[in-house]
Design a protein around this ligand. Structure first.
Ligand code: GLY
Length: 569
């Protein structure tokens, strides 16, 4: 029996291998390069944050100094996702080629319980895990930026944070995009906080917002270090505020929080080496699974966003997201069969029922019939410094402005990351993702994420730092950006701007950015039996990346979907 199975898998492997045509045509012209810098670059969601990070590099700081400055500057100028009250992941590659990952994901409070979002009938209580005090996980961002800077940074913390404190004190200009988000959230801000807050519909695009409370918080952190946030005056004020708003987070939760170094997920795709984030993010494992499932196919030959390309990618995505929902969670609490999930044999077997004729039915991949929402929060930044160190960082409050709870005395929003746990197996979270026991709630457990900060090497040399916001669409947006460069020859700027599609197993549909795909291809997909959804959201992901060009210069890809900007020298 075992022998027969082995033979079957081997035959499938051979069939798959022969799908790949060796002669690859570059079928997309290289016209539109992004911002070019000779030595160093920061690309982030706000020009102010990219500039502050780049200035830190100019002063002689390295990528880890710039990480602290950029991340904190995003908390000032991009409160939608930049944060002190959230968490994130960072993947690095040092100039000597050594790599690592940092997990500063939020944790469930000590008083958390598995059923904390269920009513007496065992049903999920609407909004309890998304809005207000009960939605908040123990924040990890301040621990994360300190952990990275203390280990690898070169500059004094006060010098790193001073420009950020100045930004908060002197103010930043509200963009059109930002004003729209402030206005559309105004009512919920007022409802959750019981009063108007600093951000809302009373400002206009072009106005300057000063956040003095945040400047003072950052000043205390600059003076007293990481303990200020987790044990000091800031911690005490934060816990008093949270408890008054119904949160179960205690001072002990803050005292015990610590970011963790993690081994990244590493795999090869053609001549690329991909380094991405490991659990509790699902990003690296899912990206690994999808890329290995599509590797045998000649996407370049099929063409960029062509019918067969979309089919292969969508079918691989389906299978990876089905695995994600069952197997992945916090590795400190569960055993994840990473080796099996990412092995060639397993992935070939997973694609054995793939066909270009028709979609593989989702219930033959796994079970479930759940639909859900999608949203596009979180933020990503990439940094390559003048010493050759690269980092890729994705950070979030989860939903836009997180739980919407704003600690006005401290000047920042608190996350609603608890919604990334599986409140009840089979019931979708805000991204429409369903989960199982592996991602159930437990005290001090980290909730599963999709954040996929990624670094790519080619022939042993650094090639790219890339990542994006976008909830469940993060993984597939990072995938398409890498493929756009590797398979289709796009520049970094073209790669991040190109139209994107997404499939996450459930709901059973291909989401496509509206009006951006060839109508004929859409019709062909429908004819084959795929459901196309062009209305779920206006954009899929807001990707930022940096590509090292063959002459050694850096090209920034700052996604035109947002206010994202590359700054460097
Ligand atoms: N909160 C979105 C994620 O971590 O994937």
């Amino acid at each position: 029996m075992k022998k027969t199975l082995f033979l079957l898998i081997t035959i499938q492997f051979l069939v798959f291998s022969s799908c790949k045509n060796e002669s690859k045509n570059n079928n997309v012209s290289q016209q539109n390069r992004g911002f070019i810098a000779k030595k160093a670059m920061v690309v982030s969601a706000r020009e102010e944050a990219s500039k502050i990070g780049s200035d830190i590099l100019k002063k002689g700081g390295n990528a880890f100094d710039a990480m602290m400055a950029t991340e904190m500057a995003l908390a000032v100028a991009y409160p939608y996702a930049g944060n002190l009250g959230g968490g994130g992941f960072m993947v690095y590659r040092l100039e000597d080629g050594s790599i690592g990952g940092l997990d500063y994901r939020e944790k469930a409070p000590l008083a958390a319980t598995k059923d904390m979002y269920l009513d007496e009938n065992g049903d999920v209580i609407p909004n309890k895990s998304t809005v207000g005090g009960m939605a908040i996980g123990v924040p990890g961002t301040v621990s994360g930026v300190f952990k990275a800077q203390e280990r690898f940074g070169k500059l004094d913390i006060k010098d790193v944070l001073q420009p950020v404190i100045d930004l908060a004190r002197n103010g930043f200009i509200i963009t059109e995009n930002q004003q729209q988000r402030f206005s559309s959230n105004n009512d919920i801000f007022t409802k959750v906080n019981g009063k108007d807050i600093l951000f809302g519909d009373k400002t206009n695009a072009g106005d300057n917002i000063k956040n003095i409370a945040l400047a003072e918080t950052l000043e205390r952190i600059a003076n007293n270090g990481v303990d200020e946030f987790y044990k000091g005056e800031t911690a005490k004020k934060l816990v008093a505020f949270l408890n008054a708003k119904g949160s179960i987070i205690t001072l002990e939760d803050l005292n015990r929080y610590e970011a963790k170094w993690r081994e990244p997920v590493v795999f090869n795709y053609d001549d690329l080496k991909i380094i991405s984030m490991s659990p509790p993010s699902s990003g690296g494992i899912c990206l690994n699974q999808i890329m290995k499932m599509i590797e045998p196919f000649d996407l370049k030959d099929y063409g960029h966003n062509a019918l067969k390309t979309i089919q292969v990618i969508v079918e691989a995505e389906k299978r990876a997201y089905a695995d994600r929902s069952y197997y992945l969670g916090d590795p400190d609490f569960i055993d994840i069969p990473t080796e099996t999930l990412t092995s060639d044999v397993y992935l070939q077997e997973r694609m054995h029922n793939f066909s270009f004729d028709a979609p593989t039915p989702i219930d033959s991949i796994s079970h479930g019939n759940i639909v859900g929402y999608e949203s596009d929060e979180t933020t990503h930044y990439s940094i390559i410094d003048q010493y050759g160190n690269a980092i890729s960082v994705t950070t979030t409050l989860n939903g836009g402005y997180g739980s919407k709870l704003y600690a006005d005395e401290l000047g920042f929003f608190l996350n609603n990351e608890m919604d990334d746990f599986s409140s009840k197996p089979g019931v979708p979270n805000v991204y429409g993702l369903i989960g199982a026991e592996a991602n159930s709630i437990a005290p001090e457990k980290r909730m599963l994420s999709s954040m996929t900060p990624t670094i790519v090497e080619k022939d042993g040399e650094l090639l790219m730092s890339v990542g994006t916001p976008g909830g469940s669409t993060i993984i597939t947006s990072v995938l398409q950006t890498i493929l756009n460069v590797e398979e289709f020859g796009l520049t970094m700027q073209e790669a991040v701007d190109a139209p994107r599609f997404h499939n996450q197993w459930l709901p059973d549909e291909i989401r496509m950015e509206p009006g951006r795909f060839n109508k004929e291809v859409i019709q062909q997909l429908k004819d084959k039996g795929y459901t196309i959804n062009e209305s779920r959201s206006r954009v899929i992901g807001i990707v930022d990346g940096i590509l090292i060009l063959s002459n050694g210069e850096l090209e920034g890809g700052a996604d035109h979907r947002g206010d994202d900007t590359a700054v460097g020298f």
